[in-house]
Design a binder for this molecule. Structure first.
Ligand code: IVH
Length: 685
């Protein structure tokens, strides 16, 4: 066989196999056979660069779209980090560690301080210098194979040449761990492009990195400005013996991996106080970094000491992430706006000079109610302290009157609704001020926003923009049922509403008709009727059209429905206008039949039939009850405690003992992204 024939054969073999793997979800070649073919191809192409053709698989930047990501068992468990929130805790951590080490290890003890980069954790595997496979962290043991997408990240070396200056051979097997992230400026620019195309923007750089790496189409990933920092050498067979974390990072840099050297510092054990100071300084000035960090990591430098210290659960005893509990920043309060909610409550909201807090740029913060503004004596133009803890909505903590120039403007709470001018009312025992006008346009806009939102009917292509346009500007919508009676010919005249946009809207509306009635009931916006309550009600009332005929007593018979909820439902549906809305929605073809007649059989066939889930921690894109209902719609059971019968744990932020138990007994763990992916795949529209 000539070299050319050999090349042709290898390319065909690889292409066929990639197609099988990514498109057909099967493979005639084993991983080893595929790896061997790929290695041979690259070897021959390296020796004969003149024979490299543009269509060689080695030249592909993207690859074909995958239907889903294959699972990858990590060769090394990808550990996580225990957080500490104070310098005292950092000191105590060290004090407890030192006595666990033999005197010789104590003597050589050193520390490394490095940024905790906010992106998506990945493991990258190399064989004889070639990038073979990259996977997300997943639950630490099993992640997702995102090799095709990672290949498009320019900072990931696809090939590691021998480095004579390092004086060492390239390891036969090399596994490194790092964080795929996006720079702040690239993130802002990409979001601006999305916004210009009226697409949903990413909430923060972490979501962006995760979302971009998990694009099923690698060509889409390749358009995303993703970057990499590596922070751990997990394995290097046939490489040099490197006794410290610092030496390993230097080695990785020599091999061509990006290491955040400028932000990484080593401290001798005698300098631990300096490390603590540096950690604080780092957190104080992290806004100046070109990328987002969600803390700083302190690690024991010596690998021998790390081994002795070991781990508890998934967290190494030899490392800690140091974060600020609720991060506070100072910015200017530009204006106090009023926000009319779905139920008419008028809330003051601060418009701020944009400022990054805890990983996101904050431009608004809640001010709760009129009394809160008065109690803080907030004035427009004030310098204010803003706090954001975890996923919590940012809030203004206090004003800094010492910075006043005299140009600040005291705020006078409105007496009338900013939308419809109705005189606001305040019930005696409540702090809230409310617009009493049932036809208030702003209230209706909010009601429509809720109706179409993800937890409710999830009408794709219909968001706040459309709600405002159709309600307040064009007056096409006068009650929620008008969402299904839009005047399409008039909409066609509106700027930006070309055929495709209209088709997307119509498709979104049509798809939402089949949502289970509990989603519709929740979408109506009855106070206290979240998804879970709506499910309980629909479980007992098989046809939504019967609900207006149910008395408060009837409803109270339902397990989980108390007098307050029952009254809210009957009050709401006592209004003839609401009854007409429900009828109109039924006429438009929305599903009114409850689970006994439809979902019981559907859920048996649904994608998660028979699976048991436990939900723990804080979710950001869903409330827990929304997640519960979505899982139940797919046939799953959701229970409160983790046991051997649990199939999956959905773990949000700051998950505690349930997550720990799941890890201990080996229950697979889904993070929120994994969950979204799962339900996205199974719901299928
Ligand atoms: S060390 C020791 N170092 O933080 C093994 N993790 O909360 C544990 N992360 O999933 C990881 N920067 O994705 C380590 N310099 C850094 C890091 C870092 C970001 C992420 C990592 C991990 C998460 C743990």
């Amino acid at each position: 066989m000539t070299v050319q024939e050999r090349l042709r054969h290898l390319r065909r073999l690889i292409q066929t196999s990639q197609h099988q793997y990514y498109i057909d979800d099967r493979s005639d070649l084993s991983d080893e056979e595929f790896d061997a073919a790929w290695e041979q191809l690259l070897e021959i192409e390296r020796a004969h660069p003149e024979l490299v053709t543009p269509d060689s698989p080695s030249q592909r930047i993207g690859g074909s779209p995958a239907r889903q990501f294959a699972e990858v068992e990590h060769s090394h468990t990808l550990l996580s980090l225990t957080n500490v929130f104070s310098t005292e805790d950092l000191m105590t951590w060290r004090e407890r560690l030192v006595p666990q080490l033999e005197p010789d290890l104590q003597e050589s003890l050193g520390w490394v301080l490095e940024p905790k980069i906010d992106g998506l954790s990945v493991a990258l595997e190399y064989r004889n210098g070639l990038f073979m496979r990259g996977a997300t962290r997943g639950n630490g043991d099993v992640g997702e194979d995102v090799t095709a997408n990672l290949r498009t990240v320019k900072q990931i070396p696809l090939h590691i040449p021998a480095v004579p200056s390092a004086g060492v051979p390239v390891p036969e097997v090399l596994t490194v761990r790092g964080e795929v992230y996006v720079r702040k400026e690239d993130f802002a620019a990409f979001n601006a492009t999305l916004a210009a195309q009226e697409e949903r923007v990413y909430a923060n750089p972490r979501n962006f990195a995760a979302g971009s790496l998990r694009q099923l189409d690698p060509n889409e990933s390749s358009r995303r400005p993703l970057r990499l920092w590596v922070f751990e050498l997990l394995d290097s067979e046939g490489g040099p013996d490197l006794p410290t974390h610092e030496a390993r990072l230097t080695f990785l840099a020599q091999l061509g991996f990006p290491v955040a050297h400028d932000a990484i510092h080593r401290f001798a054990d005698g300098e631990f106080a300096a490390l603590v100071e540096a950690a604080d300084r780092f957190l104080d000035t992290k806004a100046d970094l070109p990328y987002e960090v969600d803390g700083v990591v302190a690690k024991v430098d010596g690998i021998a000491a790390q081994r002795v210290l070991g781990q508890t659960g998934r967290d190494p005893r030899w490392a800690r992430a140091y974060k600020r509990a609720g991060e506070q920043v100072v910015t200017r309060l530009l204006e106090i706006e009023t926000f009319v909610g779905r139920t008419g409550v008028v809330t003051p909201r601060a418009r701020l000079a944009p400022v990054p807090v805890g990983g996101v740029v904050v431009e608004h913060a809640t001010l709760h109610n009129f009394d809160y503004v008065a109690s803080l004596d907030l004035r427009e133009g004030d310098q204010v302290v803003v706090m954001r803890a975890g996923d919590v909505i940012p809030r203004v903590v206090k004003a800094l009157p010492e910075h006043r120039t005299g140009n600040e403007c005291p705020w006078i709470p409105p007496e009338r609704c900013p939308s419809c001018d109705a005189v606001l009312v305040q019930q005696e025992d409540q702090v809230a001020h409310r617009c009493p006008n049932p036809n208030c346009p702003k209230q209706l806009t909010r009601a429509i926003e809720h109706f179409v939102s993800r937890g409710a009917l999830d009408i794709r292509s219909f968001g706040s923009k459309q709600a405002m346009l159709f309600v307040e500007e064009e007056r096409f919508i006068r009650d929620v049922s008008d969402v299904y009676r839009l005047p399409w010919s008039e909409i066609g005249q509106l700027e930006g509403y070309k055929a495709l946009r209209i088709k997307n809207l119509k498709d979104g509306l049509a798809a939402a008709k089949a949502r289970p009635p509990a989603r519709l009931l929740h979408a109506l916006g009855i106070p206290f009727v979240g998804l879970q309550v709506a499910e309980l009600i629909c479980g007992a009332v098989p046809n939504l059209l019967e609900l207006p005929h149910c008395s408060q007593d009837d409803l109270e018979l339902i397990d989980g429905v108390g007098p307050e909820i029952a009254r809210a439902v009957t009050d709401f549906l006592a209004d003839p206008a609401r009854r007409r809305e429900l009828q109109a929605l039924a006429l438009s073809g929305l599903c009114m039949l409850g689970p006994e007649k439809t979902a019981a059989t559907a859920s048996e066939e649904a994608g998660l039939a028979g699976k048991t889930f436990v939900i723990t921690g804080k979710l950001s894109g869903f409330t827990r009850s929304e997640a519960t209902v979505r899982l139940k719609e797919l046939g799953a059971k959701v229970t409160g405690s983790v046991s051997g019968k649990t199939d999956y744990v959905l773990a949000g932020k700051d998950a505690g003992s349930k997550l720990a138990k799941a890890q201990k007994i080996g229950v697979p763990i889904l993070d929120e992204l994994g969950f979204q992916e799962l339900i996205g795949n199974l719901e299928g529209d």
